[in-house]
Write a protein that binds this ligand. Structure first.
Ligand code: SF4
Length: 455
């Protein structure tokens, strides 16, 4: 059968999609990117906040039209929306033939082939022995090193449908990384709800640092980048920072969602700490890992957030000077604990606060980019730019895929750019989020001083 996938949500969900595609291909099914050609369409959904749920429902209804008009005979819904609204989906969208929850990934073939979908017997976590078809461009891939989460953040419903925290076996992660690198992947991005808790359930102390050391040691004929995303602030240890600083192939990049900076708001979020403590943490990180690039994300409009709390958040963001910052409007999820809290912030105020914080960060990002002009750094060449056929797109080590700005290549010395190569480049221009560079002579084996590697 020809099967088509739509994958929504985060990289962790994308990995599930890739495993489902691998399982189906292993059973002899053919994958097609064109829903008009597909006999079966699978929508792997997201549902952590209301806008994501709406996007999932809209996509399911859009794909349902292909059942009426196109070749599609079956429509399957998978992922996080199923965990929250399994019965509602089947009752309210009759075009849906089967649903597959996040712990039923191995049942995807049964769902597509029209066989009964068995209930999950235990929480699912894939391993390196499972077939996987990469949906990301060939030069980078995500590896999910753990699933679920044990943190009590009151605004978050993810633990309700992704379950308790569970780490993959380190041997399995290392084997998967070695296999991906042997296939030509240059950049490996480690993901999980909280990568810094990796190994705690396996009895490992500083499990992420240990895992990174092993991944850094994986032999490859070419240059590689290894990055981890989704760090939890109070799990960033000196051992982890020293490991990051010690290994050339570990990208000097820390993605650490802080969510807020007002101690009062962080307390109601059940995350603790404060802006002052976070500034000390950031100072420690920058001292241990020179040239490190910092990304964070914040929530505005959390119940009880006063104008003074918001001002504290703005002052903190000004003082911290993040390279990248995402801002989420608080989403009042019915099954979250914060839903019970008083002091709900009006939608208009939430909207204005989001705009104000983004405007502050745009200015900071522009200034940080301008300070880089003239520097030489290495870049991962991605391919022709979707913006213009006159440009190529690349990324600096400090630019993670899909969430950060990019580096546009408008000139090159020596050989023309090749997608997937890591090569030196000189930064020539800065924009609010993106940079522009000239690709320099020489291959990825050109040794650049560490500080220029992380720009
Ligand atoms: S750490 Fe992240 S996934 Fe876990 S409960 Fe908090 S916000 Fe949700």
């Amino acid at each position: 059968m020809k099967i088509g996938f739509v994958s929504l949500g985060c990289p962790k969900n994308l990995v599930d999609t890739e495993v489902m595609m691998g399982l189906l291909r292993a059973r002899g099914h053919e994958l097609t990117p064109d829903p008009r050609q597909a006999e079966v369409i699978v929508v792997n959904t997201c549902s952590f906040i209301a806008p994501a749920q709406q996007e999932s429902v809209d996509t399911i209804l859009e794909m349902a039209r292909y059942k009426q008009e196109g070749a599609a005979r079956r429509l399957i819904v998978a992922g996080c929306l199923v965990e929250r609204f399994r019965d509602e989906i089947q009752a309210q969208i009759p075009e849906v033939d089967a649903v597959v929850g996040t712990n039923q990934v191995e049942q995807i073939a049964a769902a597509c082939e029209g066989a009964p979908v068995a209930a999950a017997r235990e929480p699912f976590l894939y391993h390196h022995g499972m077939p996987r078809v990469l949906a990301s461009p060939r030069h980078y891939a995500y590896i999910k090193i753990a699933e679920g989460c044990d943190h009590p953040c009151t605004f978050c419903v993810i633990p309700q449908f992704r379950g308790a925290f569970r780490s993959r076996n380190p041997e399995s992660v290392v084997a998967e990384a070695a296999s991906l690198l042997a296939q030509g992947v240059r950049e490996i991005n480690l993901v999980g709800q909280d990568t810094t808790s990796y190994g705690q359930d396996l009895g490992l102390k500083d499990g992420l640092a240990l895992l990174l050391e092993r991944l850094a040691a994986v032999e490859t004929p070419h240059r590689k980048w290894i990055r981890f995303l989704y760090a939890y602030p109070n799990r960033i240890t000196t051992r982890l920072l020293d490991t990051l600083a010690a290994h050339d192939v570990l990208v000097k990049y820390i993605d650490m969602p802080l969510q807020h900076a007002s101690a009062a708001v962080l307390k109601r979020m059940k995350r603790g700490a404060s802006g002052d403590l976070f500034l000390k943490l950031i100072e420690r990180i920058r001292r241990h890992v020179p040239g490190v690039v910092l990304r964070t994300s914040m929530i505005v409009g959390f119940p009880g957030e006063t104008e003074r709390d918001f001002e504290q958040l703005c002052q903190f963001v000004e003082a911290a000077g993040f390279d990248h910052l995402g801002v989420f409007a608080y989403s009042d999820e019915e099954t979250s604990r914060s839903y019970q809290l008083d002091g709900k912030v009006p939608a208009r105020t939430i909207y204005q606060r989001k705009r104000r914080l983004l405007a502050i960060q745009r200015r900071i990002s522009r200034a940080r980019n301008r300070a880089r002009v003239g520097a030489t750094t290495e870049v991962l060449v991605e391919g022709p730019s979707p913006e213009s056929e006159l440009l190529w797109q690349a990324r600096l080590p400090g630019q993670a895929p899909e969430i950060d700005g990019v580096c546009l290549i408008n000139d090159f010395a020596g050989a023309p750019p090749v997608a997937g190569e890591i090569r030196p480049a000189r930064l020539t221009e800065a924009h609010d989020y993106d940079l522009v560079a000239t690709l320099l002579e020489g291959s990825e084996e050109v040794r650049l001083p560490p500080v220029l590697r992380s720009a």
